[in-house]
Design a protein around this ligand. Structure first.
Ligand code: I3P
Length: 109
């Protein structure tokens, strides 16, 4: 599965609140490959190589949980992703259908 997602980092490893200055929303082209969600910055091309920064932004989906962010009202179509090492991301999908599709895809790998 692929598509544009806007990401906010809420908690780092072990659930520690991500500090100010690193909590802004950023747009990525997301590519789910096996148990990894790759987040590519910049213009999307199918043949584009992942940069070192892209690799750092990759999220391990193994034992993670995606859930609709019903308590977050500032943006629509947002879901939480909590990873096995207790990082927490918010992801905004382009529409409700895409949001649901990402949630299902992440939770059924
Ligand atoms: C954050 C940025 C986010 C905001 C967050 C800020 O600042 O403005 O958009 O989240 O608020 O800390 P920075 O880019 O300097 O990290 P919201 O859009 O959800 O308000 P927060 O600290 O209350 O999460």
């Amino acid at each position: 599965k692929t598509g544009f997602l806007v990401r906010k980092v809420h908690a780092d490893c072990d659930g520690k609140r991500t500090p100010r200055g690193k909590r802004g929303w950023k747009t990525f082209y997301a590519v789910m490959k096996g148990l990894i969600l790759y987040l590519q910055k910049g213009e999307y091309r199918p043949d584009k190589q992942l940069s070192n920064e892209d690799l750092k932004n990759a999220v391990s989906i193994h034992h993670s949980l995606a859930i609709r962010a019903t308590d977050y009202h500032k943006r629509p179509n947002v879901f939480y992703l909590r990873t096995a090492d207790w990082r927490v991301y918010l992801f905004q999908a382009p529409n409700a259908e895409q949001m649901q599709s990402w949630i299902t895809r992440i939770n059924t790998v």
